[in-house]
Design a protein around this ligand. Structure first.
Ligand code: PMP
Length: 363
């Protein structure tokens, strides 16, 4: 039976092949007589799974040797505290506020550092991204934080800012939770990147951190040891028990991504999927997306019905057609379609067909 199409913002759709392989290996991983969940994290079998996952991720994202890959826990929200605990030295932190997630990062960083908004798109309802040349960056900033894809507001940086060209020597920190592995990353511009796995990489429970070597070793004394990047890096993500099953599932997803042609191939597919849906929304009388087209997210596409009294009917009809989890985030309302890597083009085609059908019924 064909599976429905799942547009959840996260935890989100996984590649069917990955789920099937995990199901086959659930009771006995490669003749070891153990399921992956039952293995010691320090045993040979799990170590090989973890090392392979790290190597595949390094290859997929083209992470240079200058940057460590850390597998952590706590999700994006924990990183909002862990980053300032490790990088701020209690000093100045500049945050560019482009939506709910960077707003949360700013609020949390204020607990550990002198964090301020360097720019904000709040006045226009987070439908734009303030131009980098206008950011109020402080000369003594320990780092500059941006969220490169705002999952709720649906805005995405199409290019990473070049802080050096702006006369700023501080490292750039990016929250790439909701578009990691959907497009290449220019690591020459990034000091640290973090993201929860539960959107584009695998199940919840795993947090990916990619951090440049020179940023290790500056943690505040109050930083918990298990969250000290130096400690985590020195112990190859095994200082404490890592989320073993989530790492395994992410590893299977990395292998799936490689079979798909890697991140460059995914990017082309993601461009095509997003275009299909935006064109449908823009060409309709019923649906609207208010984000500046220059910064629209390829991953998370919020849209509204101009007649909001029809929201429930829209969602019920979608559900009946196997188009799941389209309800928008409660803070903004409306609808949201998340088109992560594992969402096939056919899913977006089915959604667009339904959007047209529903609009015609309404006419
Ligand atoms: N940052 C972004 C961009 C997110 O989309 C999310 C989760 N939706 C978070 C941070 C928070 O992640 P978590 O729930 O894993 O802490």
């Amino acid at each position: 039976m064909a599976r429905p199409f799942n547009f959840s913002a996260g935890p989100a759709v996984m590649p069917e092949e990955v789920l099937a392989q995990a199901a086959r290996e659930m009771l006995d991983w490669q003749g070891t007589g153990m399921g992956v969940m039952e293995m010691s994290h320090r045993g040979k079998a799990f170590m090989s799974i973890c090392e392979q996952a790290e190597a595949d991720l390094r290859e997929l994202l083209a992470v240079p040797e200058s940057h460590h890959i850390l597998f952590m826990q706590g999700g994006g929200l924990a990183e909002n505290a862990i980053v300032p605990l490790n990088l701020s030295r209690g000093g100045a932190v500049d945050v560019v506020v482009t939506g709910s997630w960077s707003q949360k990062s700013l609020k949390e960083a204020k607990r550990y550092a002198d964090a301020r908004a360097a720019a904000s798109s709040e006045a226009d309802g987070h439908t734009t991204i303030p131009g980098a040349s206008g950011w109020q960056l402080r000369a003594d900033a320990a780092y500059v934080h941006i969220c490169t894809n705002e999952t709720i507001h649906g805005v995405e940086f199409q290019e990473l800012p070049d802080l050096k060209a702006l006369g700023c020597d501080a490292p750039l920190v990016i929250d790439f939770s909701s578009h990691v592995a959907s497009r290449p990353v220019d690591w020459s511009r990034v000091g640290l990147a973090f993201g929860g796995a539960q959107k584009n990489l695998g199940p919840a429970g795993l947090t990916l951190v990619v951090v440049r070597d020179d940023l290790l070793g500056h943690a505040l004394d109050i930083c918990p040891s298990a969250f000290n990047y130096r400690t985590v890096a020195d112990n190859r993500s095994m200082y404490n028990t890592p989320p073993t099953y989530s790492i395994y599932m992410a590893g299977l997803t990395f292998q799936w991504l490689k079979r798909q042609g890697g991140v460059a191939a995914m990017e082309q597919r993601n461009i095509a999927k997003a275009r299909l849906l935006y064109d449908c929304i823009d060409g309709s009388q019923l649906y609207v997306n208010r984000v500046d087209p220059a910064v629209r997210s390829r991953m998370n596409i919020p849209f509204f019905l101009r007649d909001e009294s029809r929201n429930d009917a829209f969602l019920a009809g979608a559900q009946a057609r196997g188009l799941l989890q389209l309800k928008g985030h409660k803070s903004v309302g409306g609808m949201r379609a998340s088109l992560y890597n594992a969402m096939p083009l056919e899913g977006v085609q089915a959604l667009v067909a339904y959007l047209r059908e529903f609009e015609q019924q309404a006419a």
